[in-house]
Design a protein around this ligand. Sequence first.
Ligand SMILES: [Zn+2]
Ligand SMILES: [Zn+2]
Length: 92
Amino acid sequence: MKCPKCVREGRRSNFFFSTYVTSSGWTTQQYYDPDGVLHHHDESHEERAYRCGHGHQFLQSIPHSCVCGWKQEVDESLRPLPVSGGPPPRSV
Ligand SMILES: [Zn+2]
Ligand SMILES: [Zn+2]
């Protein structure tokens, strides 16, 4: 993973990230199906905030998936961090 802006500008940089889970939701759904298989269908998703050594910032959503093939539909692409608004990244 590299900072896309620095790649475009031909620069090298360290790429830091911190993660937090979106506050909306927390509807974690876990259950065992009739065969005793544990399912984990978590509708909340993890957001990852990136920042490179040149001050470029991005957000990415990390989807959850399950053994049964259930997969959360989220946009996994890097997107620029909005200048104002949006939840701040929480360090872990
Ligand atoms: Zn950069
Ligand atoms: Zn499942």
